[in-house]
Design a protein around this ligand. Structure first.
Ligand code: PMP
Length: 415
């Protein structure tokens, strides 16, 4: 089964890492949990859970504002988390790392602040057809507000985007391209470095949605030359409610703040306010400082596991699952790009994705069904939705076997 693949690369000890994730020991309906919904959110290792517990138990105090010891320690942890993120994504400066509530919040911040500063009536924004609603709707809203045009970069039947099409779409009025690093439905890994190189020739800024990309290999924002890169902590083994917006200093320094409140100000009178420096200008109100420390713990943990090794292993799982699922009669995989992350969407002839999902659930297999917040992507294929299995490094070939067996059963039960 998996042996051919197992022998081809250095062994990766998923079983060992599974022990770091308490939730993976639990059962559902009396069966071992097979968690294949990592595209929606990943599970958290003890290192993250313990960081959060220690913070609440030992340190908790609001950051940046207090003179007292706990506040100083809290602030130190928070700013250390920023530096951890900076190093992880290889940002040039810590102040290019803004903490947000998640990828969605980061993208909305750019749509508002960049949009206010740089987008005028008649300008154009390009989005790809495979965007998550989070990297589509904010741009539609911006275009509506500003009287700008939204142009769509369409993908082909394999789920790939062509650079030639992008070149043809960009014009003198194009201000920004919003593009996902990795499609959460098709699994396509977009060639971001090539895309930004082309966009920059035309003077177009690039907003990269890194919600899925952040866990797929090493992300180096300087090498990608992304103008903005947004991601969520919960998709990379960190807590919910925390995320990051990376932005190049050259943009952030020219953008107005989006939200007003505490921490983002320098001086305030009843008439007038001056704003704080980066990154605080974009961090109004009490930040999720404990979430930030949890995220830093997750990044440290993932680095210790080995980002490249984990990604290579996930790719083997993907290949194995693809082989096995393809062998099932009437099953069609949606998204067959050459470069794919460990995400598989599929449909079965005569079986509604929702029914497959329900039956799989009863067998302990957690997958996602529906349009995965990418309605235009599933519309492209004329489908009501897909079943999506998405893998993490703690998944095993035996779990792929469970998935395949459950999918076969689902078909037998519904036909
Ligand atoms: N973009 C992509 C590609 C995603 O997969 C997701 C989460 N499904 C998001 C954006 C939004 O992330 P969040 O809900 O954590 O803000």
């Amino acid at each position: 089964m998996f042996t051919a693949i197992q022998h081809s690369v250095s062994p990766f000890d998923a079983e060992r890492f599974r022990r770091d994730f308490p939730i993976l020991q639990r059962e559902v309906y009396g069966r071992p949990l097979v968690y294949l919904d990592n595209g929606a959110t990943t599970q958290k290792p003890l290192a993250v859970l313990q960081t959060i517990e220690r913070f609440y138990n030992q340190i908790n105090a609001n950051i940046h504002r207090g003179v007292h010891r706990l506040s100083a320690e809290s602030t130190e942890e928070y700013e250390r988390a920023r530096t951890t993120v900076q190093r992880y994504i290889n940002a040039q400066h810590p102040h290019e790392v803004l903490f947000t509530a998640g990828a969605t919040a980061g993208i909305n911040m750019v749509a508002n602040a960049f949009g206010d500063a740089f987008v005028r009536e008649g300008d154009e924004i390009i989005v790809s057809e495979m965007e998550h609603h989070s990297n589509l709707v904010p741009w539609q809203m911006l275009c509506q507000r500003k009287g700008a045009q939204l142009r769509v970069w369409r993908f082909d039947e394999r789920g790939e985007l062509s650079l030639d099409h992008l070149a043809a779409l960009m014009g003198k009025r194009t201000k920004l391209l919003a593009i996902t690093h990795v499609s959460n439905t098709l699994g396509t890994v977009n060639p971001i470095a090539q895309i930004t190189a082309l966009a920059h020739v035309h003077g177009v800024a690039v907003m990269v949605d890194g919600a899925q990309g952040i866990k797929h290999g090493k992300v180096d924002v300087q090498q990608l030359d992304a103008d903005f890169y947004a991601f969520s902590g919960h998709k990379i083994y960190g807590p919910t409610g925390i995320g990051v917006l990376y932005g190049k200093e050259q943009w952030l320094s020219k953008m107005p703040p989006w939200q007003g409140g505490g921490d983002m100000v320098a001086t305030v009178t009843l008439e007038r306010t001056t704003y704080n420096d980066l990154p605080f200008k974009f961090e109004a109100g009490t930040s999720n400082y404990i979430g930030a420390a949890g995220l830093a713990a997750a990044l440290d943990y993932y680095s210790a596991v080995g980002i490249e090794a984990a990604t290579a292993y996930e790719h083997e799982l993907l290949q194995y699952a693809t082989q096995q699922l393809q062998a099932i009669d009437g099953l069609m995989i949606i998204g067959n790009a050459d470069s794919k992350a460990a995400i598989i969407s599929f449909v079965q002839q005569g079986v509604h994705p929702y029914d497959t999902g329900m039956i799989l659930d009863k067998m302990g297999v957690a997958v996602r069904t529906g349009n995965h917040c990418t309605q235009p992507t599933v519309d492209h294929f004329g489908l009501p939705g897909t079943v999506r299995a998405s893998f993490a490094f703690y998944n095993t070939p035996a779990e792929v076997d469970c998935l395949v067996e459950a999918v076969r059963r689902a078909r037998q039960m519904t036909l």
